[in-house]
Design a protein around this ligand. Structure first.
Ligand code: XMP
Length: 510
């Protein structure tokens, strides 16, 4: 049976990082809410359990509690930060609460040999973020590490294979954190790393074939990596019973629909290519409000999808590219989340379609999807493609969306894409694109005064689009983009660079 680490989430901001590090070590991991019971965890047959950090204080009313049953399952346990305090409280250690938090780097010294410390030279820099602290470890435990402000920064009961650390080994600021986590996985829990993308592809293909049975499946393709990977995987699983629908809404980048359709044909996918430019642009005529644009585009998409799906053989399933961060249960300790995000473009399908969902990527993080895409032989242009919003260029042409304004933006955007690629910056940033502003400014070209459009360049770094920072591109690169746009795109006489971060700004301008 494949190895699996279960992470119990007590609400830390960095719980996802624990899952990431474990998977990077080649071990499959899942995050579960702190209301998950020991019986439920036992049914998951974990190879090890990790208790995450969290913002609560163990003794405050309503603080998430430890299900003592976790310790009776006979699998190794690692408690991190709040997880350590829970272990200490539950097993009879001594805790002190504090209103002030220790936050930042600290130097960890080893005070006793410990399996987690294998191969690590001390002192070792670790990252702290905690209020409460353990004053004395529970019976059976030894203190294995300390810092200048903490007598018990780590503790372990090697016999029961329960380890705990006050700091966060999952964050990069903890210099040997990755090594410590690996020591826990491979040294303490003796797990064999078996989570690879080729094993994922084999398993997912077999599971989807079983789930679909003899049914037909429909998949809306956007040309982005997630839906493309879903389609190619499903094609492996059920062949021609997969029906893909790709809609050209007239809001795509220059050459994008040809590229996407060409690629999908290469993979021999059953593809319906719908040309609906006029329907979308007709409905957007005169509309300036961003939210109205989004609604019109969303509804029109669903309408077309519904029309096209009706022409197919009886379809029972809808395939979606939902990723793991979208399905992780909320950290709420009042109960598993009712709000599992559904951000997908086809999320609002008519009830009458009654489609069941197939979501083969729901276990994966974005970087893992990229690895799967490579494994499936998808070209780099898809693997490393920047995210592109469902409403497309409509939300990058600020104000009214017209064919003429879309054309200006397309040309400017093509230059941005070319320059990012040629300079090697494309794969270093999260997203980079041009925005057409709804105003004109004065300029001078040759001997004449001009009064023309402004293009804004938006290039950001991000890990998950929840927060983002503007990319510090070399000035020469920005200069080249600006120069080319003003010279080559008729109707533009000014280029500005967006230097706002998210929050308080957003990545897109609408
Ligand atoms: P914001 O502008 O909210 O964008 O900072 C965050 C990320 O989401 C993308 N985005 C969208 N994607 N439909 C989508 O599929 C949308 O309506 C949409 N709006 C924004 C955006 O490109 C960025 O990657």
């Amino acid at each position: 049976m494949p190895s699996k680490v279960i992470i119990i989430d007590y609400g830390s901001q960095v719980t996802q990082l624990i899952a990431r590090r474990v998977r990077e070590a080649g071990v499959y991991s899942e995050i579960h809410s702190c209301v998950t019971t020991a019986a439920q965890v036992a049914a998951m047959k974990p190879s090890a359990i990790i208790l995450s950090g969290g913002p609560a204080s163990v003794d405050e009313a309503d603080a998430p509690a430890l299900d003592a049953g976790f310790l009776e399952l006979g699998v190794p346990v690692l408690g991190i930060c709040y997880g350590m305090q829970l272990l200490a409280r539950h097993l009879g250690g001594e805790l002190a609460s504090s209103l002030t938090r220790e936050y930042g780097p600290a130097e960890l010294s080893a005070t006793a040999p410990c399996a987690l410390w294998d191969g690590i030279a001390f002192p070792s820099r670790v990252w702290m973020s905690h209020g409460d602290k353990v004053l004395a470890p529970p019976p059976g435990f030894v203190t294995t590490g300390c810092t200048s402000s903490l007598d018990v920064a780590a503790m372990s009961d090697e016999k029961r294979k329960i380890h705990a650390v006050q700091f966060h080994p999952e964050v990069h600021h903890s210099a040997d954190g990755e090594r410590m986590l690996r020591n826990f996985l491979f040294g303490v829990a003796e797990i064999t790393p078996d989570w690879t993308m080729s094993s994922f592809v084999e398993r997912a293909t077999a599971e989807m074939a079983a789930q679909a049975g003899d049914s037909h499946v429909v998949c809306a393709l956007s040309g982005g990596i997630d839906s493309t990977v879903v389609a190619v995987l499903l094609h492996r699983a059920i062949g021609k019973r997969l029906h893909c629908i790709f809609v050209d809404n007239g809001l795509l980048r220059l050459g994008e629909s040809d590229e996407v359709v060409g690629l999908l044909r290469e993979f021999d996918l059953n593809l319906t290519f719908v040309q609906a430019q006029e329907r979308f642009l007709g409905r957007l005529k005169g509309v300036e409000d961003p939210e109205k644009k989004r609604k019109i585009i969303g509804h029109t998409f669903i309408e077309i999808f519904d029309e096209e799906a009706k022409k197919l053989p009886q379809v029972d399933f809808l395939a979606q590219g939902t990723l793991y961060p979208d399905v992780i249960e909320s950290v709420s300790h009042k109960g598993p989340s009712a709000v599992i995000k559904s951000h997908h473009n086809v999320g609002g399908l008519p009830e009458t379609m009654k489609l069941k969902l197939i979501e083969p990527l729901r276990e994966l993080f974005k970087d893992e999807v990229r690895k799967v895409a490579k494994q499936l032989g998808l070209p780099d242009s898809i693997v490393w493609r920047h995210p592109f919003p469902g409403p497309g260029l409509a939300i990058r042409v600020l104000g009214e969306v017209t064919e003429e304004r879309l054309n200006i933006l397309r040309q400017a955007d093509r230059i941005v894409q070319q320059e990012l690629r040629q300079s090697g910056w494309y794969n270093k940033v999260w997203q980079g694109f041009a925005v057409l502003l709804p105003l004109k400014t004065v300029g001078v070209m040759g001997d004449g005064r001009t009064y023309e459009h402004v293009i804004a360049l938006r290039v950001v770094n991000s890990v998950d689009a929840m927060t983002a920072d503007w990319a510090r591109l070399p000035a020469e690169l920005i200069e080249r983009m600006s120069g080319r746009i003003i010279n080559e795109v008729v109707g533009v006489n000014r280029v500005v660079y967006d230097v706002s971060s998210k929050p308080p700004s957003t990545i897109e301008w609408e």
